[in-house]
Write a protein that binds this ligand. Sequence first.
Ligand code: NAP
Ligand code: GDD
Length: 378
Amino acid sequence: MSKDIALITGVTGQDGSFLSEFLLAKGYEVHGVIRRSSVDYRERIAHLEGTPCFHLHYADMTDSMSMVKLVGKVKPTEIYNLAAQSHVQVSFDSPEFTADVDAVGVLRVLEAVRACGLEHTCRIYQASTSELYGKVEEVPQNENTPFHPYSPYAVAKLYGYWIVKEYREAYNMYCCSGILFNHESERRGETFVTRKITLAAARIAQGKQEKLFLGNMSSLRDWGYAKDYVECMWLILQQEKPEDFVIATGVQHSVREFAYQAFKAAGIELKFEGEGLYEKGVCVSVHHPIVGVKPSETLVGKVLIEVSEDFYRPTDVVNLWGDPTKAKTKLGWNPQTTTFDQLVEIMVKYDMQKVAADSVASTVRTNLAEYLEKGVVL
Ligand code: NAP
Ligand code: GDD
């Protein structure tokens, strides 16, 4: 039997790294697309490099020729198109780049598959998003909810969604979209709200940061664990017929609730006072957390969270809540594998350890520099 060969764009990202692990464990040959940058940032996949069935290739979503050459060389049986400029706020500052990668980039992948004559042998997964629902027209959202994109990112992703549907119908290709709601993890980029909060909670608990500034704390999200969600990407491509699926937990929380829970896991009990721009998170007590060291008593009474207008968006999506009924029924997927509390705990535990390790490393570096300055031979 011939081997399953997966090509993953966005392999260095949060989802790409978890998906690579998942597919390697299933016996796939995994090829990942990386792009050139002055600092080779491959932290999330460093542990996979050297694995016999794991291969990396340089290409770029904005460069058609590189995609055609790569698809022709790898001849994948499945493509997972995860590459994107994935930060919604950044898409307001770089709308054209976002459209190039997140919209036209999808077209480049589809055309590369056709150009290489693989349109009837290669299945394609497109990383679509709950941001398509944007200024939501119903709650909760399912596969039939109308779209109302509300950022340059969402508008670009809407093109990706429709071009995949078009190629499915026009050329009978097996290509589908997973409409994934927010999914987080200890590998989440540090400027997304959940990771920004868990890192800040860990730093504040260990005396490395004074305060956390956030934007709209009333925004509501349906947050799941990324490791659970990559399984759905694979399941979507194993169905008999290509179809689109909503992937979500079916449970909604506010940014404020996430912050409360994360600080609690780091040993800090908060209470929120005031409203809008004047809302503050104040420390009411400290305790021994589930993980890490007990924060200092001197934090009690201090304002640890404030609101900053810098993190408000020109248009913000504030009420995302997914209905995963179709994924549960047709894919047999359990949306509650990791609960909200468990997700927060995983992230805070990781960041408590990361902050402690960074602190030790920095002390060692300082001491070493001092020894060397004094001429001590090691
Ligand atoms: P992420 O961590 O930001 O990763 C994005 C990946 O895309 C990175 O590997 C990045 O490479 C790559 N990339 C960006 N521009 C590229 C280009 N021009 N050429 C080649 N690669 C490029 O995102 P994620 O959270 O893993 O999300 C994966 C996908 O799912 C994205 O398409 C995102 O929009 C979508 N999505 C995510 C969520 C979520 O909650 N996480 C929900 C719904 C949909 P570098 O490392 O070099 O930057
Ligand atoms: N990033 C960020 N930083 N967001 C904040 C902050 C802050 O300081 N304060 C409040 N928020 C609010 C945002 O306004 C938004 O309403 C919510 O927190 C979530 O923001 P992000 O974590 O940046 O994620 P997102 O929902 O905009 O986008 C993510 O999820 C989408 C799926 O719904 C990304 O992963 C997208 O790529 C993905 O498509």
